[in-house]
Design a protein around this ligand. Structure first.
Ligand code: PEP
Ligand code: MN
Length: 682
């Protein structure tokens, strides 16, 4: 017995000492990050002094390429390393922007920030985020109403106010839009704050003892699914999230909980009963920072401008005004409408665009708008927080984005009357539909390659496959999470757990993902994270499912049923289009014939025939047609030669161990070879 105790003690000591070393490493990482930041800020100063551009994409790319090589030498996963450095680079870019902006407008070194709510509120956290890299010390002026914050700035009791304008889950905050219109303040900045709601309780409460929950109405809406699952719990609407926390602390009742941030738990000495209780994982609130005077934004920094306008009710009035922006090539990033308070029959439009008011193109567009609109007010121009991820072509062998197709039929088939479908036909729309997902354009001149495992089996498996297919030139990652299989005894997929892995792998390697949605009731939930929804061959005529994906805003890949004619495929597509979703592409994946040498028979002719009947993009899946990896390469090349807009191939890091469709999966080298052949046969 003693011996056992001794060994356990020894093992404990061993672990303790290893942990000490890990702590030391973490400390050094932090010190180095701080040092890196300091250097980056110095570089910003130099760039400012010598009027150099701020973002140096080629330097960012070469930095990442070096990190990828080093990662390989250290046996670290390059995807993991790239993810970390993407964060470091984006932090450094925003630091440099802040520093530059601080130098231009920075007179004062202190600022009083008016906000609605008390300490620990999301507004305060957002204010701290906004000022984090600015050479300004802030103090807070807590107000009870949004209008009080505006009033405080207008009358000089505060320098700026921070106001939430919209949330990704619960939408725009009407009251704040109306305030912006009626105040004379200028927007000088925006903050996108990631909201992580927690359920907080007193020290001795637990999830089972809770009988009532205090929460701000917006927070309650954003956590409705979690709250709905709690049994016999009463929800009490309260001022704001932090106030809810303070209230339950004062009550000291273990049966009462509040929805607030983890930060609020720390400030009020409460316990976090459950983290991340929001309906959506990605829940952001956008705040605007307003001041008495507008700022000017350095033209090297990406900036945004907000304005409000009224155009009247004449047909086409709004379109004519918006055309002023497209003529000048200025991207609109937001358009929101609100009824005019004094005239409920007329709408006010709130509009954000990427651009600087000092830019000539913007001035020309604004002049044009003023000529056409009934009312225009620029609310402000400010540095944009949308640091859009750069498109990086790292470690890419052949550049698949430039694989072209040899021939493609575009002519409407005049003689053929579309039967049973209308919106899908070329008669309805002569030009090809081009579907944009992230940076990928499907339906244009370039061949898009979708690749990945038949099914997501583990995080390692999908990450390895993603890294390899990306490196070989694929631009969309596939992977089944729900696998509707012919036999109930076959592997059925990892479900939502698999979807999370696929999303993570896609993000890490900068690829949108496509995955099969098995049933109408999963469409809404899967649409939250899947970039493209796949309808499998076995579901091609599941009309409820088709109508349901037709209501989603995600592009849909519709696979041809194994015994479906091309007109039946187009009629199935029509169900989706008819329900609203116009982003549909078709996939030829082989059909049942009398031939048994292959799993299915690839109908190569389907490609030109479909292209003559429909404007929708057509891709070819050689894997499910072949059923045998030896045939996948020639069939993929046949698809390319026939003019397909894309090819979808199953790729597995270790096909012999695959849980589904192993015999038809290419291994990583086979896939890289296929990509070379496709580039070569351009
Ligand atoms: C798939 O692509 O994952 C799949 C199951 O294919 P199909 O529906 O064409 O059999
Ligand atoms: Mn498969």
């Amino acid at each position: 017995m003693d011996e056992v105790n001794e060994t356990t003690e020894l093992a404990d000591q061993q672990i303790e000492s290893l942990r000490d070393n890990v702590d030391k490493i973490d400390d050094s990482i932090l010190q180095l990050l701080a040092e890196r930041r300091r250097l980056s800020s110095e570089i910003a100063g130099e760039k400012q002094r010598t009027h150099r551009p701020f973002r140096d994409e080629s330097r960012e790319n070469s930095l990442l390429t070096k990190r990828i090589e080093a990662a390989r030498q250290h046996d670290l996963d390059p995807g993991f390393v790239v993810r970390i450095w993407e964060q470091i680079i984006s932090d450094s870019v925003s630091l440099q922007h802040e520093r530059l902006q601080g130098l231009i407008n920075g007179g004062a070194s202190t600022a009083i920030v008016a906000l609605q709510g008390i300490e620990g509120s999301y507004s305060q956290l957002a204010a701290e985020q906004f000022f984090r890299d600015k050479p300004v010390d802030i103090s807070l002026l807590a107000c009870t109403k949004f209008s009080d914050t505006v009033d405080a700035v207008e009358h000089g009791r505060a320098d700026v106010a921070i106001l939430p304008v919209e949330n990704t889950t619960s939408g725009g905050i009407a009251e704040v839009y109306d305030l912006l219109l009626h105040s004379r303040l200028a927007v000088i900045g925006e903050v996108k704050y990631r909201v992580r709601h927690c359920l907080l309780g007193t020290a001795d409460s637990s999830l089972d003892t809770i009988k009532s929950v205090y929460g701000h109405p917006q927070a309650v809406t954003q956590c409705s699914e979690f709250l709905g699952d709690l049994q016999d719990v009463e929800v009490i609407f309260f001022g704001d999230t932090a106030m809810s926390g303070r209230r339950i602390k004062a009550m000291g009742d273990p049966a009462v909980a509040a929805i607030a941030s983890e930060e609020a738990a720390r400030r009020f000495g409460l316990q976090v009963l459950k983290r991340d209780i929001g309906n959506r994982k990605e829940n952001f609130t956008r705040f605007l920072v307003v001041a008495r005077d507008p700022i000017s934004v350095d033209e090297r920094i990406p900036s945004k401008t907000s304005l409000v306008l009224a155009v009247g009710n004449a047909p086409g009035a709004l379109m004519e005004v918006l055309a002023e922006f497209s003529t000048e090539g200025i991207p609109l990033v937001k358009l929101e409408s609100r009824p005019t308070v004094d005239n409920p029959w007329e709408e006010m439009f709130y509009l954000d665009f990427d651009g600087n008011v000092a830019d000539e193109r913007v001035q020309r567009a604004l002049d044009g708008v003023k000529r056409k609109a009934k009312f225009v007010r620029v609310l402000g121009c400010y540095p944009s927080q949308d640091l859009r991820p750069q498109r990086r072509n790292l470690d890419v062998a052949p550049d698949a984005s430039r694989i072209q197709v040899k021939s493609r039929s575009k002519e409407p088939e005049a003689a053929l009357k579309p039967s049973g479908y209308k919106i899908a036909s070329r008669v309805h729309k002569g030009d090809n539909t081009v579907i944009e997902v992230g940076d990928v354009k499907l339906g244009g001149d370039d061949l898009v390659v979708i690749a990945g495992p038949c099914a997501v089996e583990s995080f390692e498996q999908v990450m390895t496959a993603a890294a390899a297919v990306k490196a070989a030139g694929a631009t969309i990652l596939r992977g089944g999470c729900f696998k509707p299989r012919t036999s109930p005894y076959s592997f059925q997929g990892l479900g939502y757990e698999g979807l999370e892995m696929l999303v993570e792998a896609g993000r890490a390697h900068g690829m949108p993902i496509v995955t099969e949605v098995p049933a109408p009731e999963e469409v809404e939930k899967m649409s939250q994270t899947a970039d493209i929804l796949q309808i499998g061959a076995r579901n091609m005529q599941n009309f409820t499912l088709l109508s349901e994906v037709g209501r989603s805003a995600r592009p849909v890949m519709l696979k041809r049923g194994m015994s479906a004619s091309l007109d039946e495929l187009l009629q199935a597509a029509e169900y989706i289009l008819d329900a609203g979703n116009q982003q549909v592409f078709l996939c030829e994946r082989g059909i049942r014939t009398f031939e048994t040498s292959t799993r299915n028979t690839l109908d190569v002719a389907a490609v030109p025939v479909l292209q003559s009947r429909t404007h929708l993009p057509v891709i070819v899946d050689p894997s499910h047609a072949a059923g045998d990896r030896k045939l996948v390469t020639p069939l993929a090349l046949a698809g390319q030669a026939a003019g397909a807009h894309g090819i979808m191939v199953e790729v597995h890091p270790n096909p012999a161990e695959a849980l589904s469709d192993g015999p038809q999966a290419l291994d990583l080298d086979d896939f890289a070879n296929l990509m070379e052949l496709m580039v070569g046969s351009r």
